[in-house]
Design a protein around this ligand. Structure first.
Ligand code: ADP
Ligand code: MG
Length: 251
């Protein structure tokens, strides 16, 4: 465990700041009152689209020293700065005397740019070869899911801090299960994960804390069965025809 808690001190923020995005997102506003705890090596953030999961994961990544668009801590490229200023203000409470040996911030939506940066760094005669650490093939020459599994299997290592935003976007169901196993191995080797996800498979990570963000911005731990992606997917799969029938009839 490296990061135990994240919170937002309001003092450097002016009232004008607080009236602006991202502080207008209810979950971000609540960080100032309550903060958020990461009690276990795997924390999973669930919640509907727009509740602030990506904003939160990105801000934790920036506060931990990662590039806002993704990559390892040495990545410093920018294609289009869309990050919120939250990362500059968010405070991470770290476990005393423990520093990650490695880490990665992955956003499914901008991994293409990370892949381009990996190629660029690898081609730079002044920097050491890099592709080997990513499985030996440029991520642009693999499918999105293959390149992502290369990344977690080869580049991720023990005692790392990993921040992942919807990793399932790249992955098949098999791929999600492979990721789940890899996460369990890396946790056994002292790593920590904070993951925003809608995947009922990833949400089943053994020993994980699921924090569900609701529309009012409450960030609360829930059991696996109560997590919305799990409950809704289960209700759907129990009888897809019936579920769709009701959904279509309610239009
Ligand atoms: N660059 C931005 N500028 C203004 N608003 C944004 C920006 N990025 C996201 N938002 C808004 O912030 C809210 C939270 O977004 P996000 O953290 O991406 O949600 P989630 O990842 O939970 O789906 C949304 O209402 C979204 O429209
Ligand atoms: Mg998101």
């Amino acid at each position: 465990m490296f990061v135990r808690r994240a919170y937002l001190p309001t003092r450097p923020l002016t009232p004008a700041d607080q009236a602006r995005w991202p502080y207008t997102i209810p979950a971000v506003a609540r960080l100032a009152d309550q903060g958020v705890d990461f009690p276990t090596p795997v924390t999973l953030l669930a919640g509907d689209n727009g509740t602030g999961k990506s904003t939160l994961v990105e801000a934790i990544a920036v506060a931990a020293g990662f590039n806002p668009e993704g990559g390892g801590t040495s990545f410093r490229f920018t294609t289009r700065a869309t990050e919120s200023p939250l990362g500059e203000h968010l405070v991470l409470q770290r476990a005393p005397g423990r520093k990650p040996r490695t880490g990665f911030f992955l956003r499914a939506e901008s991994y293409y740019n990370v892949a381009t940066e990996i190629e660029r760094l690898d081609a730079d005669p002044d920097s050491p070869p890099l592709l080997g650490a990513y499985g030996g093939v440029s991520p642009h020459e693999r499918s999105h899911g293959e390149s992502f599994l290369d990344l977690v299997n080869h580049r991720f290592g023990p005692q790392g801090l990993y921040l992942l935003d919807e990793p399932e976007a790249a992955l098949s169901v098999h791929g999600c299960l492979a990721l789940l196993l890899r996460i369990a191995d890396l946790v056994d080797q002292g790593s920590q994960f904070i993951i925003a996800t809608h995947s009922p498979i990833l949400l089943s990570s053994p020993g994980a804390t699921i924090l569900q963000i609701d529309a009012a911005g409450t960030i609360a731990p829930v059991d696996y069965d109560q997590a919305e992606p799990v409950a809704l997917t289960r209700a759907f799969l129990a009888d897809p025809g019936r579920f769709l029938h009701h959904l279509l009839a309610d239009r």
